[in-house]
Write a protein that binds this ligand. Structure first.
Ligand SMILES: NC(=O)C1=CN([C@@H]2O[C@H](COP(=O)(O)OP(=O)(O)OC[C@H]3O[C@@H](n4cnc5c(N)ncnc54)[C@H](OP(=O)(O)O)[C@@H]3O)[C@@H](O)[C@H]2O)[C@@H](O)CC1
Ligand SMILES: Nc1ncnc2c1ncn2[C@@H]1O[C@H](COP(=O)(O)OP(=O)(O)O)[C@@H](O)[C@H]1O
Length: 307
């Protein structure tokens, strides 16, 4: 196994550029199929994170009973029910209008409607897709494995973001050992045809070949809902055109640093998941400042060479 660490200079170079003539659609649209009636909060957390991570348009497609709850969280979210959702609700991506889907935050793995929906999205979403939370159980089923393989064969990117318990569910059909999270990320990636981010105190990201390790987290993040935030962040980066592996490494690092920054002000004990989208802009500002400084150095070097 090769474990990679990304430098800050590399990471800040991955931040999507914001075009002066951008509109909300050219900036990237994220559709979250998330939030059954039992867990509306997970959909709201992922959606807030998607907005803060720069997506121009964030849409939540959730259970009818969750609609008012999610809407109440933020007026800028576009929220609708998933009742009667069908393959025709997933139009092909238009040129210049990038998009991505996030499936599963706040899905109940024992709920038949969630299962049917998960298969509809796996079958119909013609854009990069993050599969998280309760939807991972359906991915591990035979039908889910076949559908995600079909996505891989069609050249569609899929990212999975399991915690240790969910990673064990993905490993079970193949009998993979679960004691080495980095190796497990690599095996899940190869078996399912996905980029795998296995979350934990250290998180491991693999495309089946390379394994990146992100060890900047804090136990402040060990609270319900922080994984939902991460899924929304990855979705937003995919919708802004990042490759899956880069999106995972950048999102995981920004997520961990937002957690640290939040903990430095609020204490590790008191941070909650909704603090992360609030602290994310401060971490992004540091990255933007580093990128600006690097740009100036590059300009200076060019000037001394050619001036
Ligand atoms: N505000 C909301 O609406 C929120 C909604 N949420 C949504 O809830 C849904 C269910 O997600 P879930 O993670 O709560 O439950 P589930 O999938 O059954 O897995 C738990 C089992 O896995 C095991 N386990 C092992 N390692 C583990 C680890 N590192 N971290 C966690 N678990 C670990 C553990 O086993 P044990 O430790 O008991 O042996 C346990 O039995 C999902 O859709 C999610 O999006 C949540 O995000 C919270 C906020
Ligand atoms: N002790 C820890 N140290 C660092 N990061 C942690 C720790 N515990 C959890 N995390 C991070 O917190 C997040 C938890 O995600 P997850 O378990 O999916 O939560 P949820 O399902 O409640 O949203 C992951 O990004 C994980 O890497």
């Amino acid at each position: 196994m090769i474990a990679w660490n990304y430098s800050d200079t590399k990471l800040c170079g991955l931040l999507p550029e914001l075009a002066q003539d951008a509109n909300k659609y050219t900036r990237g649209k994220v559709s979250l199929v998330a939030g059954c009636s039992r867990y509306p909060g997970a959909a709201a957390l992922a959606a807030l994170a998607s907005q803060r991570m720069g997506a121009g348009y964030t849409e939540v497609i959730c259970a009818q009973k969750s609609v008012d709850t999610v809407r109440a969280v933020s007026p800028s979210l576009v929220v609708r029910s998933w009742k009667n959702l069908s393959p025709s609700d997933f139009p092909p991506m238009r040129a210049g209008h990038p998009s991505a889907y996030v499936l599963g935050p706040g899905f109940d793995a024992s709920n038949g409607s969630c299962k049917k929906l998960a298969f509809t999205v796996l079958e119909s979403a013609c854009a990069p897709l993050v599969v998280d939370g309760g939807a991972l159980a359906f991915l591990a089923a035979k039908k889910g494995r076949n559908l995600v393989r079909e996505r891989f064969e069609s050249g569609l990117d899929t990212v999975v973001t399991p915690h240790a318990g969910e990673a064990a569910r993905l490993a079970a059909p193949f009998g993979f050992p679960t004691d080495d999270a980095g190796e497990l990320a690599r095996l899940i990636s190869l078996a399912y045809g996905v980029t795998a981010l296995v979350k934990g105190p250290k998180s491991f990201i693999s495309d089946g070949e390379i394994v990146a390790v992100m060890g900047e987290g804090t136990p402040a993040l060990a609270k319900a809902g922080t994984g939902d935030v991460l899924a929304g962040m990855i979705g937003a980066l995919l919708a802004q055109g990042l490759a899956s592996f880069d999106a995972c490494v950048l999102a995981a690092t920004l997520h961990a640093r937002a957690g640290r920054l939040a903990a430095s002000e609020l204490t590790e004990r008191c941070v909650v998941a909704e603090d992360l989208p609030r602290y994310l802009p401060l971490v992004i500002r540091e990255f933007e400042a580093l990128r600006d400084r690097m740009g100036e150095q590059e300009l200076g070097a060019r000037y001394s060479t050619h001036g």
